[in-house]
Design a protein around this ligand. Structure first.
Ligand code: IDP
Ligand code: MG
Length: 133
C-alpha cells in the first residue's frame, strides 16, 4: 500500500475548507495515517519548493505559505500518489477540472489549497522532511 505526503495550504484554513478537503481524501478510500499543523518558514520552503525557487513568483509563494498554518499529512492507500494528484487537479488554475479539489475550490495558480507529492521518490523525501523519518 502506497503512502504519500499531502499538505493543506494556509488558504484551506482561512477559507474554512479543511474539513471538506479531508472528507474528499477519506471518501476516496485513502486513510489519513498522521496529521499535524505546522507553521512553515522560508528555509523549509526553499527546500520543499527548490524546483521553483528561481521563478519570479517564488517570493509570493513564501509569503502565502508562511501566512498561516498548513496541515501536513501522511496519506495511505492503493495507488494514492497518482490518485491524490488526480483528486487535487492540475497546477494551472485554468486546467484544473471541475470535480477536483483545485477545480472546485481554487481559482488561482498560486493559492491552490493543496500540495501532493508527485512521485514515489518525492513522497519518501517529503514524509521525511515534514515528519522527520
Ligand atoms: P504542484 O503543486 O501542482 O505540484 P508545482 O509545479 O510543483 O505544482 O509548483 C509548486 C507550487 O508553486 C504550486 O502549487 C503553486 O502554488 C506555485 N506555482 C506554480 N506555478 C506557478 C505560477 O505560474 N504562478 C504562481 N504560482 C505558481
Ligand atoms: Mg509539485
Amino acid at each position: 500500500m502506497e503512502k504519500t505526503y499531502i499538505m493543506l495550504k494556509p488558504d484551506a484554513f482561512k477559507r474554512g475548507l479543511v474539513g471538506k478537503i479531508v472528507s474528499r481524501i477519506e471518501a476516496k478510500g485513502y486513510r489519513i495515517l498522521e496529521a499535524k499543523t505546522l507553521q512553515l518558514d522560508e528555509g523549509i520552503l526553499k527546500e520543499h519548493y527548490a524546483h521553483v525557487a528561481d521563478k519570479p513568483f517564488f517570493p509570493e509563494i513564501v509569503e502565502y505559505m508562511t501566512s498561516g498554518p498548513v496541515l501536513a499529512m501522511i496519506v495511505q492507500g492503493n495507488n494514492c500518489i497518482d490518485g491524490m494528484r488526480m483528486l487535487m487537479g492540475a497546477t494551472k488554475t485554468e486546467e484544473a477540472l471541475a470535480g477536483t479539489i483545485r477545480g472546485d475550490f481554487a481559482n488561482s495558480t498560486g493559492e491552490n489549497l493543496i500540495h501532493g507529492a508527485d512521485s514515489a521518490e518525492a513522497a519518501e523525501i517529503e514524509i521525511a522532511r515534514f515528519f522527520g523519518r
